[in-house]
Design a protein around this ligand. Structure first.
Ligand code: FPP
Length: 238
């Protein structure tokens, strides 16, 4: 990874757990379990090579409509993930941050509690900031940000009521974070599926054909290498 321009923020759509499970004659939740292991390797690696922000699409606002058994299996995986990381938080330098509608009554209260605990005990960590997009929908995030922005404007004693991109950005769940430089999606699907529509405006996209449970550190580095060759113009000419 020498002479490589590292992205500061990488966003990932971890797609293909269900198809992987089907290909291996396993229940869908086994695909999610394998997917969690892969994710944990990627988090460790991203931190090691100096990535500052990693945001993954773990559970969307639409995912509640999956079969109850699959939703329950996913909630168990999130609980276990949080438990493991609460235990090893002292040793790690990774900051955990959940983005999405975390206060929703749909989320089991013990899960909400653990999310808050892990956020609190890792809030001063200086390594990678790992954003878990949970009960997340991009349009929902923009609506919540607009509501917050309107409240802030109405409370602004200076009489400043100008709506700007910077003000809206500061009301998003990713406030104070740079937009993703690179977005990776696995499983060959080429769409963004309501993931960070505001923040991905100028991101570079990398589509990997493998399913998420097959994704490797090597493939992650390949995406970074490819990113490094891209010329970003942000709408300007060269
Ligand atoms: C998409 O695959 C994946 C998901 C909806 C869940 C992603 C979740 C994890 C990898 C688990 C854990 C995350 C954490 C933070 C512990 P799919 O089920 O839509 O696959 P398919 O398109 O092949 O059906």
């Amino acid at each position: 990874m020498e002479n490589i321009k590292l992205p500061v923020h990488i966003a990932v759509i971890m797609d293909g757990n269900g198809r992987w499970a089907k290909e291996h004659n396993l229940p869908r939740n086994e695909g999610h379990r394998k997917g969690t292991k892969v994710l944990e390797n990627i988090i460790k690696h991203a931190n090691k090579i100096g990535i500052k922000y990693l945001t993954v699409y773990a559970f969307s606002t639409e995912n509640w409509s999956r079969p109850q058994n699959e939703v329950n299996g996913l909630m168990k995986l999130f609980m276990k993930y949080l438990d493991r990381n609460i235990k090893k938080a002292m040793r790690d330098d990774i900051k955990f941050n959940a983005i999405g509608d975390i206060d929703s009554p749909n989320i089991p209260s013990d899960l909400k509690e653990k999310i808050k605990v892990l956020q609190e005990i890792t809030k001063d960590k200086k390594g990678l900031c790992f954003n878990m997009a949970f009960n997340y929908g991009g349009r929902d995030e923009i609506i919540r940000a607009c509501k917050k922005m309107m409240t802030e404007i109405s409370l602004d004693k200076t009489g400043n009521s100008e709506i700007t991109e910077a003000l809206l950005s500061s009301c998003l769940d990713t406030a104070n974070q740079p937009d993703p430089d690179l977005m990776i999606r696995t499983s060959g699907e080429m769409r963004t599926s309501n993931f960070m529509p505001w923040q991905l405006t100028y991101s570079e996209f990398y589509f990997a054909s493998c399913l998420w449970p097959e994704f490797t550190v090597k493939e992650f580095d390949k995406a970074i290498e490819e990113y490094s060759t891209r010329k970003r113009r942000f709408g300007k000419s060269e």
